[in-house]
Design a binder for this molecule. Structure first.
Ligand SMILES: [Zn+2]
Length: 169
């Protein structure tokens, strides 16, 4: 990490959002889908991402995921607290969850799912499905309680860290 990353600046949020939109447009000529995102910390862009699912055959290579992955490499941490994401489109549930789990505090986006819908680029249906009971979702979620024959992975993890499992209850 360079010292420039920790120097606060006062760049208007619109500038970051416009950069995300510009990335989305540029990505089309690269053969990608029209999505871009930047991660900002201390008023500076620390990483950028574009949708590369077709180029990389990676269904998780959404713009926000790419930008988040890159930000974690820049900061050398899986936690991105204090970071803000600017995305060209409304984040999908996968990206939203990833950003939430990374501790990102705010996401600003430009185009709504309603605006994306006519182009087949909306993820509103997935949000709707996640709000349904498990049995109504397209993706079956099957719970099979395991018979533990070896170590329980969670207990092993707690033991490895020297934390008794009771500390979590
Ligand atoms: Zn996404």
């Amino acid at each position: 990490m360079t010292t420039t990353l920790v120097t606060p600046t006062s760049v208007a949020p619109d500038v970051f959002l416009q950069e995300a939109i510009d990335l989305a447009v540029t990505n089309i000529s690269e053969g990608g889908r029209p999505f871009g995102a930047v991660v900002v910390k201390y008023g500076r862009v620390i990483s950028r991402g574009v949708n590369e699912i077709n180029l990389s055959n990676d269904p998780t290579a959404h713009a926000e995921m790419q930008a988040v992955r890159a930000a974690s490499q820049v900061l050398q941490s899986p936690l991105l607290e204090g970071c803000t994401v600017y995305a060209s489109g409304h984040p999908c549930p996968m990206c939203l969850a990833a950003m939430r789990m990374a501790g990102i505090s705010e996401v600003t986006y430009a185009f709504t799912n309603r605006e994306a819908e006519p182009y087949g680029l909306s993820t509103a249906a997935i949000y709707e499905e996640l709000g349904m009971t498990t049995s109504l979702r397209h993706l079956r979620l099957v719970h099979v309680p395991p018979e533990i024959t070896g170590q329980h992975p969670y207990e092993a993890w707690a033991n490895a860290r020297g934390i008794p499992a009771t500390a979590f209850s």
